[in-house]
Write a protein that binds this ligand. Sequence first.
Ligand SMILES: Cc1cc2nc3c(=O)[nH]c(=O)nc-3n(C[C@H](O)[C@H](O)[C@H](O)COP(=O)(O)OP(=O)(O)OC[C@H]3O[C@@H](n4cnc5c(N)ncnc54)[C@H](O)[C@@H]3O)c2cc1C
Length: 299
Amino acid sequence: MGALNRVLSQMLPYVPRAIVGRVSARYIAGEKLQEALDTVASLNATGTSATVDILGEFVRALPEASAAREEYVGLVQALADRALDSQVSVKLTQLGLKIDRGVCLEHMRAIAAQAQRLGNLVAIDMEDSSCTDATLEIYEALRHDNRHVGAVLQACLRRSRADLERLLPLEPNVRVCKGIYVEPVEIAYQKPERIRQSFLDLVEMLLTRTSFVGIATHDEILVDASSELLRKHRTAPERYEFQMLLGVRHELRSRLLAQGHPVRVYVPYGRHWYAYSMRRLKENPAIAGHVFRNLFERV
Ligand SMILES: Cc1cc2nc3c(=O)[nH]c(=O)nc-3n(C[C@H](O)[C@H](O)[C@H](O)COP(=O)(O)OP(=O)(O)OC[C@H]3O[C@@H](n4cnc5c(N)ncnc54)[C@H](O)[C@@H]3O)c2cc1C
């Protein structure tokens, strides 16, 4: 299956944009802020919270980074104006991480200050391994005087356990995910079983310390094993949530809600949907497989 998915991912650039758009539509709220707010409102109506992500990453010029900061500050305000239950998620390369780390930190400070003022939280997505050190440093710098920021750790990275040890004194809010980027064997586990083990180790470390954990997965094995850990540690619902992507494994999400677990859905939107979809699809051959399966189901 892995080889087939790799072949499929190489074919993606030849899939017409309109088809990529159709297949991606269920994963993306739309191009406009209004569409994202409406999606969040309908999730909230089912008892699900959200985190909104404005699509975009790896900006090449600082004015683009400033524009992204303003968009995020406006997004946090818009969520408050409509009294929606939604955080926001940011990629640091969208705020200029690769151009000027100091400028990126100042942009993040402004967004985090807005989140603090309005009682919200901004999660810093974790990007590929070239960004890990800088991302964690920025998280630490902010978290010291503003608790309205969250971090992400990728279970596939061998370093994540040590990174979590370092973050724990900050009583962090951490999303644990497998990691979407293809990383070399020297720094990343490759076997699904090993990645799952690492995921559960990170979750358990967070459950046994003062922290908040976002369990971000659609993998039923991990959902069940994490539920077991929650039972074992008698974790209060204020200390964790399951997190899923918009449009993915709806039935699993409904099951978790019915069992009384807090669930948050990641809602991406924005004009950069095509670049985002293509990058995600090419980076992770397994997801290319999902897309083609979807495409054929529709046809
Ligand atoms: C809320 C949230 C935030 C995330 N943030 C980050 C981040 O900051 N950095 C990062 O590197 N990664 C992030 N990820 C992605 C994550 O690292 C994984 O790549 C992704 O969730 C797939 O892993 P999985 O645990 O769902 O397991 P998998 O084994 O990949 O998936 C389990 C099942 O879920 C379904 N599925 C999973 N993904 C999709 C999809 N895209 N489309 C359709 N079906 C799918 C399939 O049925 C699959 O069999 C995030 C994921 C979530 C849910």
